[in-house]
Design a protein around this ligand. Structure first.
Ligand code: ATP
Ligand code: MG
Ligand code: MG
Ligand code: MG
Length: 475
């Protein structure tokens, strides 16, 4: 089943169950200046859960464009290393706003997966929150999943409700247990079931998270029941597609196979299994969709996340032998794959291509010199050594190497970077320039009316509010 069919079957299924189809919202959340990017389908409904927004429907479904790079959920470092993570991905979701609850949610999820998509029931497992007997009983009694394939999760790390299967939007407010569905790709792939020490392998892949918003958490950590429990679910389209197309990696699905072929054409790398091609194929999606949604490369905030992703892609192209712009040439291939589902992408092809080309030209001016320095520094380190923060900072300051790009190169060769040393060098430079009064650090930009202050990777504030991101399930 092709990606386009998977999307439409999902929406049709929930439409038949009384859900209103809602369009994907932009990657830059319009209703939440504290959130860097839309990282799940529920973002556009956040105010509905909080009770400050009302919709003309109480059941909704969508295919949401999501980005997990920067902010609370950051999968940038996973791309190129796992079979299941992207920066940009599509999340299939369904919601109940005070309408149906656990039983319908889980039964429909099961029906969709096993009947509509035809997944073999014996390859599916579910997790439930440790104390959630109701969800456990629905799985084992109503749906008939054997008890050994329903795993209770919840290790109380950091407090009573802090667990992989307990979802909280913030420290207080709506929250509740969740139940996740996993698929077993087979014992020829390394990995263990959820909750086991090998759970991070690629064998058991999490495909669908069903969150039951059931409580209101109070400041003292206790919970009271919500007057109207809600459901919030999210399933990764690419992960489902991998199963339905009988491949074990998201990067082998139809959409990615075509993008990887295009990346191979532009980079000249004929080994289609080369992880750099995966990174480039992933990043062309993230970068193009960010530009479509109005983000422009810059040194601050969201624009800097975009710049970092672009430069990371270029570095992988450089590794494959590219010495001039190649990345922007993939936009047309992306439009071929995704333009029908996302008409804005097709409409903005020219501006996306031009924006990426300009960034590429600029970074190709400095990347060779920076890479020569980095290569020499790493060659001088003992095996498993640490690159100094000063060198990482010099690469950043003089050659435009974002810290995560340098860290990616180091990781490939089993080195690490002294990130604290990098921050120290960065701060020392800021202090020095402030003291010299040579120029004023212009660390504030206006983005969509919100003032964005970039103070390092983990300290972004927008309009004075610390960016927290949305906490999905503790992962
Ligand atoms: P994982 O544990 O694999 O990182 P997660 O628990 O962070 O996933 P959720 O926040 O529960 O994911 O999001 C709901 C669903 O979205 C997941 O079950 C998965 O199918 C999909 N998903 C999450 N992150 C990614 C990603 N980076 N790339 C592709 N799909 C993703
Ligand atoms: Mg999850
Ligand atoms: Mg998870
Ligand atoms: Mg995750």
């Amino acid at each position: 089943m092709q990606v386009a069919d998977i999307r439409s079957k999902f929406l049709e299924f929930f439409e038949q169950k009384g859900h209103t189809i809602v369009r994907s919202s932009p990657l830059v959340p319009g209703n939440d200046p504290t959130l860097m990017f839309t990282n799940s389908g529920m973002v556009q409904f956040k105010d509905v859960f909080l009770g400050t927004d009302k919709r003309p429907y109480n059941r909704a479904t969508s295919v949401q464009a999501c980005l997990r790079a920067g902010g609370k959920h950051n999968d940038l470092e996973n791309v190129g290393y796992t079979a299941r993570h992207h920066t940009f991905f599509e999340m299939l979701g369904n919601w109940s706003f005070g309408d149906y609850f656990k039983r319908e949610s889980l039964k429909w999820a099961w029906e969709l997966l096993t009947v509509v998509y035809g997944l073999p029931a014996d390859k599916l497992l579910a997790t439930v929150y440790m104390e959630d007997d109701e969800a456990y009983d629905i799985w084992t009694k109503d749906i008939g999943l054997p008890p050994e394939r329903v795993i209770r999760i919840g290790d109380n790390k950091g407090g009573r409700y802090m667990s992989d299967n307990f979802w909280m939007m913030a420290d207080t407010g709506p929250c509740g247990p969740c139940s996740e569905i996993f698929y077993d790709h087979g014992d020829h792939i390394w990995g263990g079931p959820p909750g086991s020490p090998e759970e991070d392998g690629d064998r058991f892949i999490e495909i669908w998270n069903n969150v039951f918003m059931q409580f209101n958490m109070l400041a003292d950590g206790s919970v009271e029941p919500l007057p109207a429990p809600c459901v919030d679910t999210g399933m990764g389209l690419e992960r489902l597609a991998a199963i339905l197309q009988h491949v074990h990696s998201n990067y082998e699905i139809d959409l990615f196979a075509n993008l990887i072929k295009a990346a191979s054409r532009e980079t000249g790398c004929t080994d289609l299994k080369n992880p750099s091609l995966n990174v480039i194929a992933d990043h062309i999606r993230a970068c193009s969709f960010l530009i479509v949604d109005g983000v422009i490369p810059s040194n601050e905030g969201r624009g800097y996340v975009l710049r970092r992703i672009i430069r990371r892609a270029i570095r992988h192209g450089y590794k494959l032998g590219c010495r001039k712009p190649f990345f922007s040439k993939l936009v047309k291939d992306l439009v071929k794959e995704m333009g029908a589902a996302y008409p804005d992408l097709a409409a903005k092809e020219a501006i996306v291509t031009q924006t990426l080309y300009t960034e590429e030209e600029r970074f190709f001016e400095t990347i060779a010199n920076g890479m020569d320095i980095l290569d020499a520094e790493l060659a001088a380190l003992p095996a498993g050594g640490t690159l100094s923060g000063d060198v990482a900072f010099k690469l950043h300051d003089t050659f435009g190497f974002p810290l995560d790009l340098t860290a990616d190169v180091c990781r490939e060769r089993d080195f690490t970077v002294d990130e604290a040393g990098f921050d120290t060098a960065m701060n020392a430079q800021k202090d020095a320039s402030r003291a010299a009064g040579k120029f004023k650090m212009n660390a504030s930009i206006s983005y969509d009316g919100a003032k964005t202050d970039f103070q390092g990777y983990s300290h972004l504030t927008i309009d004075g509010a610390k960016v927290t991101g949305i906490y999905i399930d503790g992962v």
